[in-house]
Design a protein around this ligand. Sequence first.
Ligand code: MF3
Ligand code: CO
Length: 273
Amino acid sequence: MSGSTIVLKTEEEISYIRKSSLLVGKTLAEVARNLKPGISTDRLDAIAETFIRDHGALPSFKGYHGYKHTLCISVNEEIVHGIPGARIIAEGDVVSIDCGVYMNGFHGDSAYTFPIGLVDVATIMLLQVTKTALYKGIAKAKSGNRIGDISAAVQEYSESHGYGVVRELVGHGVGRNLHERPEVPNYGKKGSGPVLRPGMTLAIEPMINLGSRQIRQLKDGWTVITQDRKPSAHFEHTIAVTESEPEILSSFDEIELAITENEYIKESISILN
Ligand code: MF3
Ligand code: CO
């Protein structure tokens, strides 16, 4: 995390964070259109990087603490920070794709988890609950509430389904830096932590495991996996705290449109509706 104080953004600064965040959504939609069994994760990464640069922006993750890629692609038991490479996406995989975009001096950060082909129902449920947990957290991101209200909402909803809530990795402030204060844990106590104020911009990102919350870090220095090797899901939005309701600056709309047009993804998603 950069600095020690929470940076409040002006309306104009928020509009730049919105632009970057919306480009993340468009990028993830472009990736979703190409996501099918047989494609490699480094091909998906190249598609995302080209798309971002073609829109006059830069990939936020590339160069961040020595990270060399545009996306984090985390498959099945990988929770987050999976490194793109030669791995081929296969039917039955669940694929979390995390992307950041830097434009006009501001970052946007968002992630979505996709089922490929037929995925077992328990795992589809995990995806649905993790996405809903994200929205339960966002609903608490109101001026006068505290960070712990977001955290508790995510934790309570996820644990009520028996899932493991990852604790070692957290959401964060986002703005001129990809990671700013405050930390946004996915577990915690209502009424605890920093008070939320208009102008705070946060990346809220539950990482929820089908099994236990315990993690392992791979020797590649990045990839985080579940200790029990059961699947994990990850959804992330960049949001702004306002005088009234929380504003979601990123968007899943184009991603979900792309899903309905992708024969490999839509079949599992249709189970949910
Ligand atoms: N997107 C991650 C997050 O949500 C950070 C990725 S780490 C990086 O906070 F090195 F890949 F950038
Ligand atoms: Co993030």
